[in-house]
Design a protein around this ligand. Sequence first.
Ligand code: PMP
Length: 378
Amino acid sequence: MADLPLRDDLRGEEPYGAPQLSVPVVLNVNENPYAVPQVVVDDVARAVARAAAGLNRYPDREFLDLRADLAAFLRTESGAELAPEQVWAANGSNEVMLHVLQAFGGPGRTALSFAPTYSMYPEYARDTLTRWVAGRRAEDFTLDAAHVREQVARHRPSVVLLASPNNPTGTALPLATVEAVLDAVRELPGGAVVVVDEAYGEFRRAGVPSALELLPHHGNLAVSRTMSKAFSLAGARVGYLAASRAFVDALRVVRLPYHLSAVTQAVARTALAHSQLLLARVDELRARRDETVDVLRRKRFEVAESDANFVLFGRFADRHAVWRGLLERGVLIRETGPDGWLRVSVGTAAEMTTFQEALDEVTGRPEGRLADSTGGQR
Ligand code: PMP
């Protein structure tokens, strides 16, 4: 191997990513198990064909039409009143978040979050040469406001990342906690931005608010969303964020020119025109999520409360053995989170039945199975 001048801090690092294995039941990356409906597929194909006719030209760098469509969607979904200039988008919310760290992190600056949380956060920090600090969540994975205040005062971050619902735990944050963070960073001489990552926001339980409600009062707050989960559009790579104009303008400085391809913009706009249809199965997935929590509790597992489309459960003395046992039975889940826990994404009724049966075999805990809860589809 050539002796390449790789950055010292990247030596020995592995590329991030869950195993992509070809097995019958894939429940490891929190995708929506339902394919895009055929009418949407047909419309997307037509929109892509139109975009293809103009591919000799660079795409619309500001993509204000897409930003207006996203603002309109957030108005319908959460009642948020946003100008197109208050919305940003990129290739997945991963790239949106990288833009945030490029603009507000950097050498000599600190990004703060609270573990266990999304494992890409430290990588955004590493890649932008931002110092990474993780406070802790409580035993039940909630966030204690006093601990947050103490961590903010001690580490003086310029970026605070809060996932709600949190991955991998599923925990949603009360708005009071987000407000406590916003209060705490107000004391910092240099100020800080606070990003609430609502990648799983559409799956939150009834009555759980979105941090979008707080946007009108906080110019340093951003709420990030994605089309990868509830919208069934992980393959299209579209994530987005809502914030003040000044916040979004800062992201416009660091983005690569034309980062959102004409094809991506066409796909996203077509999908948004069909948002009701694409989101039609979210309620069903939420119900199956709640049912999965119940079933796992009846099997006497510890199960985290979830407002997302996945469930964290444990604890296993050897979680890898359980993960492997499931894989041997054709069910791929995720070995992530605190030691002893595993995370399963909510799939179709048939997939969840297969998961339960495989889990019973592997762990020898058949109790609590719901005979009719899975729709009887095998
Ligand atoms: N935030 C959280 C909390 C996530 O779990 C994920 C995906 N696993 C993302 C952001 C990134 O999603 P995407 O880039 O597909 O929008």
